[in-house]
Design a binder for this molecule. Structure first.
Ligand SMILES: Cc1cc2nc3c(=O)[nH]c(=O)nc-3n(C[C@H](O)[C@H](O)[C@H](O)COP(=O)(O)OP(=O)(O)OC[C@H]3O[C@@H](n4cnc5c(N)ncnc54)[C@H](O)[C@@H]3O)c2cc1C
Ligand SMILES: NC(=O)c1ccc[n+]([C@@H]2O[C@H](COP(=O)([O-])OP(=O)(O)OC[C@H]3O[C@@H](n4cnc5c(N)ncnc54)[C@H](O)[C@@H]3O)[C@@H](O)[C@H]2O)c1
Length: 449
């Protein structure tokens, strides 16, 4: 026993904080967690979970059209109710929030529904002014949406507010061309809005395989989405009718009903008191940590988005688990950041693992690339002119598969299994030795020429 109130005080009950709290408690530590908003954090409350449910909901627009080609008598005026989808999603989010709370409580983690700020290497202060002490503090406060500096920025919303809209706008401008922008572009388009995507560069989804993102761009344009590239905000003005006019460099102004900023996320370290403990931050405000998630203050650690490494839920969870196993479970563990699969839940979705062709050429020199450009069977019968593209990047010397990149229906579901093989270092020959599972789209991965 120590003189501290707790062995571990976690700030933030999101993906990383919840995992770290419950694992440390299960290892026998006395643990508390403070959450200023809702237990579950970004992923559960206003990120992955409600977003994916909206993606499912939006996809019915195409599915119902396609169903007619499969013999179903779907009425032409098939109505959609946004309030029904929105409220069902909210109810599901509340259910998961409850499940997260139950898990913490059943592991005897004390939950403080309050903001916490660091007041020293071993202390935090809650909203009511009470001070709590702990042997270790884990900063797992996540990130918040970055909003470009421009006149009228207050008229726009971010992904934080998008799940609560009163109605689907007729016209929406989405700023950014990353994950959130492309995912919500698909959702709003399917739900009937005219979507304009605006980005300050010419690229969408930088970091993904070029051919795959080009395919997404091509399909999105074919569906009627509009793109404004090399555009920087000048100002946003609001008319008497509530419409917003966006003035941007290099393009004519556009008038829309809603502006959604999806221009990256910034670590939540402002006014967190970290300077009181000598915790150093990087130039984006992320907590600088070592391989064991330890900050420049020996008793303060950080995991997840606040460290500005890879902003994905499974990564935050792994970091939280590794932290608690290392320091409370006597099981030193470090996160292996190699070959992390990722996906964009766009319409159609894309997914990838490992190196892109360009990265492989730069790192390995000798590279072999295989690809399959095909129309999925379902799209053929549906008369849907939307082709899938699969690309495999191999080390030219060893035949090892170093990257797989997909766009097409169910790509995120397919990549998870393929990622195991890439992570395991399997060769193209070993993929080819595996008998195809027919008829699937995934079988392309063992038939690539
Ligand atoms: C719209 C959207 C969609 C996404 N979709 C995906 C996806 O499909 N797949 C994926 O892997 N990732 C996705 N992400 C990213 C994912 O949500 C994050 O990477 C993940 O939630 C990070 O977990 P975390 O624990 O670091 O932070 P969070 O989950 O953000 O948790 C931090 C918590 O800390 C609380 N907090 C902050 N400051 C304080 C304080 N001072 N005191 C007390 N509490 C505090 C916050 O309220 C929050 O609950 C998405 C993100 C967004 C925004
Ligand atoms: N499917 C998933 O796994 C998923 C989904 C959503 C979010 N996320 C995570 O959340 C993070 C944040 O998502 P995001 O989409 O906000 O960020 P992002 O980094 O993916 O994309 C940001 C985009 O905004 C653009 N941009 C930046 N400043 C701009 C400006 N002033 N004007 C116009 N465009 C500008 C960038 O060029 C880029 O295209 C992601 O990096 C990702 O890690 C993951």
């Amino acid at each position: 026993m120590t003189d501290f109130d707790y062995d571990l005080f976690v700030i933030g009950a999101g993906s990383g904080g919840t995992r770290a709290s419950r694992v440390a408690a299960a290892h026998g530590a006395r643990v508390a967690v403070a959450e200023e908003y809702r237990v579950g954090g970004t992923c559960v409350i206003r990120g992955c979970v409600p977003k994916k449910l909206l993606v499912y909901g939006a996809h019915f627009a195409e599915d119902l059209k396609d169903a007619r080609r499969f013999g179903w008598d779907v009425p032409g005026d098939c109505a959609f109710s946004w309030p029904v989808l929105r409220d069902n999603v909210k109810a599901e989010v509340a259910r998961i929030e409850g499940a997260y709370t139950d898990t913490l409580e059943s592991n005897h983690v004390d939950i403080y529904h309050s903001r916490a700020v660091v007041t020293g290497p071993n202390s935090v202060r809650l909203d009511d002014g009470t001070e709590k002490t702990a042997g270790k503090i884990l900063v797992a406060v996540g990130a918040h949406p970055a909003i470009p500096i421009c006149e009228g920025r207050e008229f726009g919303i971010t992904s934080n507010e998008v799940f609560d809209l009163e109605a689907i706008p007729k016209r929406i401008l989405i700023a950014g061309a990353g994950y959130i922008a492309n995912e919500f572009a698909g959702i709003f388009h399917q739900l009937g809005a005219h979507v304009i995507l605006m980005n300050r560069t010419k690229d969408i989804l930088r970091g993904y395989e070029l051919a795959i993102r080009d395919r997404l761009l091509q399909i999105s344009m074919m569906k009627g989405l509009e793109f404004k590239f090399d555009a920087n905000f000048e100002k946003i003005t609001k008319g008497d009718d509530g419409c917003l006019t966006v003035h941007m460099s290099g393009h004519e102004p556009v008038t829309v009903d809603l502006v959604l900023f999806a221009t990256g996320r910034v670590p939540n370290t402002k006014d967190l008191g970290l300077e009181s403990a000598g915790v150093e931050l990087d130039d984006k405000g992320g907590v600088i940590v070592d391989e064991d998630n330890r900050s420049t203050c020996p008793s303060i650690f950080a995991v997840g988005d606040v460290t500005n490494r890879i902003q994905l839920t499974p990564v935050a969870i792994r970091e939280g688990q590794a932290f608690s196993d290392t320091f409370f479970g006597n099981k030193p563990t470090r996160v292996d950041y190699g070959c992390i699969p990722s996906a964009v839940f766009s319409h159609p979705p894309m997914a990838g693992v490992g190196m892109t062709e360009a990265e492989a050429r730069q790192k390995l020199g000798s590279v072999k690339v295989y690809s399959s450009d095909f129309r999925p069977m379902k799209n053929v019968l549906a008369n849907r002119d939307e082709r899938a593209l699969y690309k495999m990047v191999c080390d030219g010397e060893t035949d090892r598969v170093v990257g797989i990149h997909l766009i097409g229906p169910d790509s995120p579901e397919i990549i998870q299994g393929a990622a195991v093989a890439v992570k395991a270092g399997l060769t193209k020959a070993q993929f080819d030795q595996t008998v195809a599972l027919h008829p699937t789209m995934a079988e392309e991965l063992v038939l690539l020429k």
